[in-house]
Design a protein around this ligand. Structure first.
Ligand SMILES: C[S@@+](CC[C@H](N)C(=O)[O-])C[C@H]1O[C@@H](n2cnc3c(N)ncnc32)[C@H](O)[C@@H]1O
Length: 242
């Protein structure tokens, strides 16, 4: 495949991912600017909606985790160019999210509703903070590498693609998984929590805990003592008390 086509695909994949990510914020926040959200869309019976919704989260989780494993990547890069591996992953994850947006069935029974203005402001602030932490964490690790742009650009310049560096700047000094933490904060910080939203947040929380297990297993295999020491010093999702 020509280097220019790889670069074009990688750039398009990045834009596609970013649009899907922005939609995710509106979807989870039940914001008015998009047609389908976690609490707005075709209604099914609670039983049917729960099954469909859990299946959609499971599909996303399986795709996201399986395609991130070193064994899968090794086999996959015999089929797709190595420079495109991350971009294809990003496109596949975005497609899974679009599938979730399209087929999600809201369950609008309220679980809690915060009406006090101070409470609403606090929860929306946490919602924004959560997404801010997610985005900031991607930049702390290496935003453009995480979403495949560095790889297609390096390939276009005929340079060798290096594996991602292990780094622990700023938030990574307090918790090992700030990106996932930000995601969890955003999922749960909602003034009007419905049963459907709680199902989504609960299923995603379980997924994050499973994803961390696999991610850390790979990091230990890759980095050995360096990661084991880091894990001893720094908490997973909450800072360790000294
Ligand atoms: C979606 S990111 C999530 C990173 C981290 N789990 C978090 O929540 O902030 C997943 C990728 O980041 C990599 N990663 C995790 N911790 C890292 C670190 N401290 N430095 C560089 N890469 C890291 C993993 O190997 C994986 O490829």
């Amino acid at each position: 495949m020509s280097r220019s086509i790889i670069l074009l695909f990688g750039s398009a994949a990045y834009v596609f991912f970013f649009a899907t990510f922005l939609y995710l914020i509106a979807f989870v926040g039940n914001l008015p600017w998009v047609p389908l959200t976690i609490d707005r869309g075709p209604i099914a019976s609670t039983g049917m909606a729960s099954v469909v919704d859990l299946l959609l989260v499971a599909l996303f989780g399986v795709q996201h985790s399986v395609m991130a494993r070193p064994g899968f990547k090794a086999a996959w890069t015999k089929v797709v160019p190595k420079a495109l591996e991350r971009s294809v992953y990003v496109v596949a994850s975005s497609l899974m999210l679009i599938l979730l947006y399209a087929f999600w069935r809201p369950i609008v029974a309220p679980l809690w509703t915060v009406t006090a203005p101070a409470g609403q402001i606090l929860l929306w602030a946490l919602f924004g903070l959560g997404w801010g932490i997610v985005l900031l964490s991607t930049f702390l690790i290496s935003h453009f590498e995480l979403f495949g742009l560095t790889q297609v650009w390096t390939n276009w310049r005929r340079r060798e693609i290096a594996p991602m560096n292990f780094v622990t700047p700023f938030l990574y000094k307090f918790v090992r998984h700030p990106l996932y933490l930000g995601f969890l904060i955003a999922m749960w910080s909602i003034p009007a929590m419905t049963l459907g939203h709680a199902l989504f947040a609960g299923a995603m929380t379980v997924y994050v805990l499973i994803a961390i297990r696999y991610e850390e297993r790979d990091l230990v295999a890759q980095l050995g003592h360096e990661y084991v020491d880091y894990r001893g010093r720094v908490g997973m999702l909450t800072p360790k008390l000294r």
